[in-house]
Design a binder for this molecule. Structure first.
Ligand SMILES: C[S@@+](CC[C@H](N)C(=O)[O-])C[C@H]1O[C@@H](n2cnc3c(N)ncnc32)[C@H](O)[C@@H]1O
Length: 327
């Protein structure tokens, strides 16, 4: 049985031996939907390992069930945003093919920043491709195709396989569920095939996990008094948006926990930060909890610092004693 693999519970960067019986060149499909294309890749290329990345939990369940039932051993679906996998999981020059089939279009202009194909993501895709590695994109939305074509054309590290931006037919293409529906309804596919050329490219560094953030403070207040003064807040700290949503106190243990959402360009995390007493009277430690499988990113360091500073600032006598935090 496949257990639900999640980017937050896997090692960063990817270690093939943790996912597959043997190391083989890697193919990645981002946004695999019902998983049929992923399984087709795996079954037609047993000498490749196939990773699917998908944000929908339902799609994960469906794909896992099919992969289990068919006994496919060289395909592994992972619950993650594609952007998170590219930034934290896939090392530069490690993936031989990327497939992106019918990415969500985000039609409204104010939502264009949510589109998967955009400058930063294409730079990451290009960096993560091996020499001569291929990038496949399919979309049935003309405007999305024009936008993607312009971004690809402006990517020196990628070369087009065609003499025009896209083709409307690809021989021997396995059609996805969405594509079959589009065909029935008369929508046209726009197919892009690019390959990594020999031009040097910048490699956005793989964002590795940091050491656990800690902050020690003194406050004459009890955890319950601290929680009584709590007000939800949201602030931008560097690249991270940190929302501190709720606070709860365990009076008996003099512990407080704060529910936080930390959004960084490459990852979003929803977890709890804990304030717990130390041996010395009035001293507390503020640290992450593992709830929600939180990972120690720079944004999590900033969130721990924000909680700690807020607590220390609640009383005149309060002070931060020590920070084990990244800048
Ligand atoms: C329009 S559907 C296409 C599904 C499938 N590729 C097909 O052609 O049938 C888009 C898929 O991408 C997934 N998705 C959207 N944004 C994503 C992201 N940032 N990272 C990973 N998957 C994403 C959605 O959950 C959905 O399954």
């Amino acid at each position: 049985m496949l257990r639900k693999l999640n980017i937050l519970t896997l090692d960063w960067p990817l270690r093939q031996e943790r996912l597959f019986a043997r190391a083989q060149p890697l193919i990645v499909e981002i946004g695999f939907g019902n998983g049929d294309f992923l399984i087709h890749l795996a079954q037609t290329q047993p000498d490749r390992n196939i990773i699917g990345v998908e944000i929908s939990s339902q799609s994960m369940d469906k794909a896992e069930a099919k992969i289990d039932a068919l006994g496919v051993e060289n395909a592994r679906p992972i619950h993650a945003r594609g952007e998170t996998a590219l930034a934290h999981f896939f090392a530069p020059e490690s993936i031989s093919e990327f497939h992106i089939n019918y990415p969500d279009p985000w039609f409204k202009k104010k939502h264009h920043r949510r589109r998967f194909i955009q400058r930063e993501t294409v730079d990451l895709l290009t960096s993560r491709l091996t020499a001569a590695g291929r990038l496949y994109l399919a979309t049935d939305i003309r405007e999305y195709a024009e936008m993607a074509g312009a971004v690809f054309a402006d990517t020196p590290g990628l070369s087009n396989q065609f003499d025009k931006p896209w083709v409307n037919r690809l021989e021997d293409r396995f059609r996805t569920k969405y594509e079959r529906k589009g065909d029935r309804e008369g929508r046209r596919g726009h197919f892009f095939v690019y390959h990594r050329n020999e031009r040097p490219v910048a490699h956005p560094p793989l964002i590795e996990e940091l050491e656990m953030p800690h902050l020690f403070l003194y406050s004459p207040l009890t955890a319950a008094e601290i929680v009584d003064r709590f007000q939800a807040s949201r602030r931008k700290l560097g690249d991270a948006h940190v929302a501190i949503l709720h606070a709860f106190a365990d009076r008996k243990r003099n512990v407080a926990v704060f529910e936080v959402v930390v959004e960084e360009p490459s990852i979003e995390q929803h977890t709890m930060i804990m304030l717990a007493p130390r041996e010395e009277a009035g001293e507390y430690i503020v640290r992450m909890t593992s709830l929600g499988h939180a990972r120690a990113t720079l944004g999590m360091h900033r969130a721990v610092e924000a909680v700690g500073e807020w607590v220390a600032g609640l009383d005149e006598a309060g002070m931060v004693l020590e920070r084990k935090l990244r800048g």
